[in-house]
Design a protein around this ligand. Structure first.
Ligand SMILES: Cc1cc2nc3c(=O)[nH]c(=O)nc-3n(C[C@H](O)[C@H](O)[C@H](O)COP(=O)(O)O)c2cc1C
Length: 320
């Protein structure tokens, strides 16, 4: 996730464990072939995570996507993922992300060009396209999936929402089934997974082969451990998990970035950390009025000195 799925965040998730793969935030294909991993904020990794790390590429030009994918393979990533899902206006205007789905032939050419140049697992992350009629849109998504498989994709990550929809309506998990039925490669379902029971529901509705989690992994980086390892943050030894998570995140950001960048990055996590509490807005306010790592650590301590009242499901309005 852009701005959030950075190397420090992934280290925190890796400490909790329970996941299968981790993905970088989107990396511009045009930059990747010449990027310096020690300076870049996005194309940056720990060598230990390479065996389970997939690098996501953003771009609309088959040649630059293929060139970037070659670098990703050379660096030793587990796999490469093509971003055909982002519908932020700034990205789509430049011909990247979900805008590629407006031209299925181009989307297929990009997958084929990358396939030709790399042998590591090739993922495509996409969403229901731009068609407004829901039935036609579902059908088009399934056709697109089949064309990605034909072009050489090894697995698909599908977010069943139409492109201009953003997160205004719930994702249509039934459409994941249509995509799954259109291909023989694994399909990961994505969208609105908040807890273990949601995973069960998504699998039952869609028969998907795997699940991809976005915002909840940011809000609760232990979610994978809870789902697959039975990790329980409610047990007494884990009662301070929110305080621990915020503190650890700040410290990990400082290990990987300079102070100014680390503080700026931490603030992107604040709405997610506040989302699990009844008075999340007030928690956000306290954490955001800080200017240095020390102030942040002190504010985290103050906020969690008396454990604030939690909500059953995080208030994701805070984190949109
Ligand atoms: C702040 C933010 C940044 C995101 N950045 C990316 C990205 O870089 N690449 C991507 O494939 N999806 C990105 N997404 C979309 C998520 O990966 C995911 O598809 C979406 O949030 C729905 O899943 P969720 O309900 O589990 O969060 C982003 C979402 C958010 C909220």
């Amino acid at each position: 996730m852009a701005g959030l799925g950075n190397v420090a965040f992934r280290e925190l998730v890796a400490e909790f464990g329970g996941f299968g793969l981790l993905f970088t935030g989107m990396c511009s294909a045009k930059a990747v072939h010449q990027e310096n991993r020690y300076i870049s904020k996005v194309f940056k990794w720990r060598d230990e995570e390479l065996p389970f790390l997939v690098c996501q590429l953003l771009g609309g030009d088959p040649d630059s996507m293929a060139l970037a994918a070659e670098r990703v393979q050379r660096e030793g990533f587990f796999g490469v993922d093509l971003n055909f899902g982002c519908c932020a206006a700034a990205i789509c205007k430049k011909g990247g992300g979900a805008s590629i789905l407006k031209d299925p032939a181009l989307a297929k050419r990009i997958v084929a060009a990358v396939r030709e140049r790399v042998s590591i697992p090739l993922f495509v992350k996409f969403r229901t396209g731009w068609e407004r009629d829901p039935l036609r849109a579902s059908k088009e998504a399934a056709q697109m999936a089949a064309s990605f498989e034909e072009a050489g994709a090894d697995a698909l990550i599908f977010h069943p929402r139409m492109a201009p929809d953003r997160r205004l309506r719930p994702p249509k998990w039934e459409d994941i089934r249509l995509v799954k039925e259109a291909v023989s490669i694994p399909v990961f379902g994505n969208g609105n997974i908040f807890e273990t029971s949601d995973c069960e529901k998504m699998v039952n509705i869609s028969s998907c082969d795997g699940i991809s989690i976005g915002r909840m992994a940011v809000a609760r980086p232990w979610i994978f451990a809870t789902i697959t390892d039975g990790f329980s943050p409610e047990s007494s030894s884990n009662s301070g998990i929110y305080r621990y998570t915020a503190m650890r995140m700040m410290r990990l950001l400082l290990e990987h970035h300079d102070e100014r960048t680390a503080v700026k990055m931490f603030k992107k996590f604040v709405p997610y950390y506040s989302a699990g509490f009844k008075f999340g807005h007030s928690i956000s306010k306290q954490l955001l009025k800080t200017d240095s790592p020390d102030e942040i650590l002190r504010a985290v301590d103050a906020v969690f000195a008396t454990p604030p009242e939690t909500t059953a499901r995080p208030n994701m309005h805070l984190s949109l």
